[in-house]
Design a protein around this ligand. Sequence first.
Ligand code: 13P
Ligand code: SF4
Length: 446
Amino acid sequence: MTIASVDRTIRLIKTGAAAGSTCSPDLAAGPWEFDSGTPGYGPGSSMGDVLPTGSPRQGALPERYRLATTEELGERIRAAKETLGDRVVVLGHFYQRDEVLQHADFVGDSFQLAQATKSRPDAEAIIFCGVHFMAETADLLSTPDQAVILPNLAAGCSMADMADIDSVTDCWEQLEDLYGTEPDADGRVPVIPVTYMNSSAALKAFCGEHGGIVCTSSNAETVLEWAFARGRRVLFFPDQHLGRNTAKAMGIPLEHMPMWNPRKPLGGSTADELGDAEVILWHGFCSVHKRFTVDQITAARLEHPDVRVIVHPECPMAVVDAADEYGSTDYIKKAIEAAPAGSTFAIGTEINLVQRLAAEHPEHTIFCLDPVICPCSTMYRIHSGYLAWVLEALVGTAEQPAEVVNRITVDQKVAGHARVALERMLAARPPAALPAGSTSSTGTGA
Ligand code: 13P
Ligand code: SF4
């Protein structure tokens, strides 16, 4: 794999050896600097958000990992993986830093990684280099004997934390008071809950228990079709932007998509607005993707008149509308792979993926719409020091017996229902009516 280290870029900017800017020069430090201090999302784009109480806390990383160089850690990771062989599988999300991702056996978007989990039932341990909700999903889809390990427990997701089970249950009760619970003449219930993969297992379980389903950015339209076949409207959480962008592409008018802000009575909407609703959008967003703006697209087009602008559907609607195309991380990757040499791309998604795609495709010009280097600060908490630590713990030594550290286990009380919602998603297929070759959850800007 081509190393396109965002970490190195940030260090160079910090020391003045490279031009450019970063949202937080503190990101050049080891994440353990922050894990041991005030608990929070750490420096970077999500810093303003509030970490919920009860979130997992990462303990201190032993000094031998904190003081090691990137090269030493790389050697140790390779050696431990070789010793463990097929007993372990390392999964890595596209947004993961390259020093870690180069050791992954599978690299993909959240949907592909959920599928990859099921493809290796023989592995004793699944090491998930992503964020907490992805590791929980892996635990739900793996066998009971497999241990899912998140190398740094502080690798959460600020968007996932914007919807919690108490607020969603409260919202649901208010919607039941408003709409009742009886199906219509076609057998469709008043509301179907749909949760984005970026949510806790408790919310996935809520969906499983209430006739709902999970979606990812690569299948959101297929999942909404599934939901509308069973319900008159959808409650979509936690990402308002993915919900709005997908529903809009399906032809649902904006005035039929009221917002639900859990801090306001009736979510801040009127009973009439909720009566007309087709999709009720939870007031959540991704701190990384909300940085992208229409002005950045205008500037890219001015500088590169032939530029192709592709953004992730977690971006605000105005940005998706101004782009040429939008789609999941895998869609973006495949669009670049399929383009004729000499193409120019401005990409609106996380910088680790954009910088890697630029390094892997020297035949194209590829740049991030946001000129400020600002990674997903939570996924960035997984450093190669933590990966080396969890792998070497699995190997063990003469003094230290082998052990599983940082295991992610979903509570049995929610696991059954959460699996139902995930399996519904894995089984959902685009409606047969879609023209051949069309891809769900991707589209062209207005
Ligand atoms: P993908 O589903 O496209 O992998 O996105 C996951 C994510 O967290 C985007 O912010
Ligand atoms: Fe969460 Fe945004 Fe990071 Fe994705 S990019 S894991 S939505 S904070």
